[in-house]
Write a protein that binds this ligand. Structure first.
Ligand code: GLU
Length: 467
């Protein structure tokens, strides 16, 4: 086969949702895995519902996911001349004709068909009238009403359609705008698309599209209709199931790696493997392992995968992803090596970057606030001497390695007779304001001498004031 050319053709009528992102990902991965090309096309002929905001949101989401395209973005609204040319071809070959039936007439036709238990369809009134173009005329495709059309689907196998189910569908509206099935076929032909992977909600459009290809004398692409994603209640995925737009996941602190990993597993598998990185996927992705049954969206699984990706990513990568969240919360410039050190203490204990950013704040604040309960419980007069002793010990040690710190704590334990836990917990509250935090030694090491001593002294003052 020639070079694989796939496409992602979203209609910009809203944000990029998970189903759309999965379709984009499958097409992108397939193109990348085969050294092919990936085309981005914006299907914006529905002028009333398409918006610039949606187009921008789609770009942002794809950019965040790292799904790049080789050709495009093409806008259908800028390709009207091409559609006109193809309409002319079909009119010339009499595969299409003008129809002037009024909407009322079509409605009556549909109702009559329904009443007699048949599929509503256009009855062919204008089929053989040889009408010319006129103000209210639409263009209809002359469908074959006999025989069958078989969609050879690489995911679902052969799907048989009775041609009698397909009526003379409209390909150009009276305002001159192309209809979806027609525009898609013209675009796919002119853009050289030879592989169409899309949601199986489009499967019923495919016989119409095949008929158009045949009338235009063009080679069919390979079709693969990917089963839908459902919520746990087996209904079509929506916000109700906790499924948000792609960018909402970014804002909730998900790593793009995690979302990519989760999306690919919604329908595709590779043995029992669950954890994938993009480069891995480019090597392993194939159409044959796309499943035939619908996938179920599970927000908890996505969350735990996110935690795994946060853990697995390099500290540089995690810090870069964490930075914007911290900048939203903390306006001062953050030193990059301090940021990396901070991330290193939190990456094994955070499920999202948002959680990580919240957990990192105490590192950055100049004056930390004590959690009321934690302070009441741990910053008590009984630890006053102990904190002072620790300050003295920590002042003396040259570097805050774990070994040096252990020795300092040991001395304080020996002098005061207190167990490690009894000292560590007040120290933790003094340093972080909270009773839960990363390990005490890594905390001290990352905070560094100046902050540690200042915070311990503040805790001593705090206890002193309360005595
Ligand atoms: N614009 C269509 C959609 O967003 C794409 C249809 C197709 O892939 O052919 O559903």
């Amino acid at each position: 086969m020639d070079q694989i050319i796939t496409r992602f053709p979203p209609s910009p009528t809203g944000y990029l949702h998970l189903g759309g992102a999965r379709t984009a990902l499958f097409n992108w991965l397939y193109a990348r895995s085969k050294n092919g090309r990936f085309v981005l096309r914006i299907e914006d002929t529905d002028l009333a519902r398409s918006t610039k905001e949606s187009v921008d949101a789609i770009f942002k989401a794809l950019d965040w996911l790292g799904i790049d395209w080789d050709d495009g973005p093409f806008y259908q609204s800028e390709r009207l001349d091409i559609y006109k040319e193809y309409i002319k071809k079909l009119l010339d070959s009499e595969d299409a004709y003008y129809c002037t039936c009024s909407p009322e007439k079509i409605k009556t036709m549909r109702e009559a068909a329904k009443a007699s238990g048949q599929t509503p369809r256009y009855d062919g009134t204008c089929r053989d009238k040889g009408l010319k173009n006129s103000e209210k005329a639409v263009v209809r495709f002359r469908s074959d009403s006999f025989g069958t059309t078989v969609v050879e689907d690489v995911i679902k196998g052969s799907i048989l359609f009775q041609n009698s189910e397909i009526d003379d569908f409209i390909i150009q509206k009276s305002d001159g705008m192309p209809m979806y099935n027609f525009a898609v076929v013209v675009d796919d032909i002119t853009m050289g698309i030879n592989t169409v992977l899309r949601g199986d909600d489009h499967v019923s459009n495919t016989p119409k599209q095949i008929a158009l290809y045949k009338a235009l004398g063009c080679m069919l692409p390979v079709y693969g209709h990917v089963p839908m994603v459902f919520g746990k209640d087996r209904t079509r995925l929506s916000k109700r199931h906790g499924a948000m737009s792609v960018t909402a996941y970014r804002d909730m602190g998900y790593m793009p790696e995690a979302l990519i990993n989760y999306l690919v597993r919604l329908g595709w598998s590779h043995g029992d493997d669950e954890f994938f990185l993009k480069d891995d996927l480019i090597k392993k992705f194939n159409i044959k392992n796309i499943g035939k049954s619908p996938s179920i969206f599970d927000p908890e699984k996505l969350l735990s995968l996110n935690a795994e990706h946060i853990q697995a990513a390099s500290i540089e990568r995690t810090s870069a992803c964490l930075k914007p969240f911290l900048e939203e919360r903390h306006t001062d410039e953050i030193d990059s090596s301090y940021l990396s050190a901070i991330a290193g203490t939190l990456n094994k204990r955070s499920k999202t970057l948002l959680e990580m950013a919240d957990g990192a704040l105490f590192y950055l604040e100049n004056d930390i606030d004590y959690d009321k309960k934690a302070a009441e419980k741990f910053l008590k007069p009984i630890v006053y001497d102990c904190l002072n002793l620790l300050i003295d010990e920590l002042k003396q040690i040259a570097s805050y390695t774990q070994k040096n710190q252990e020795q300092a704590f040991k001395k304080v334990m020996d002098i005061t007779g207190l167990k490690f836990g009894k000292i560590a917990q007040p120290v933790r509250v003094a340093l972080t304001g909270k009773s839960v935090s990363p390990g005490i030694f890594e905390l001290i090491e990352v905070l560094g001498r100046e902050r540690v001593l200042k915070r311990l002294k503040n805790a001593v003052l705090y206890i002193d004031e309360k005595r």
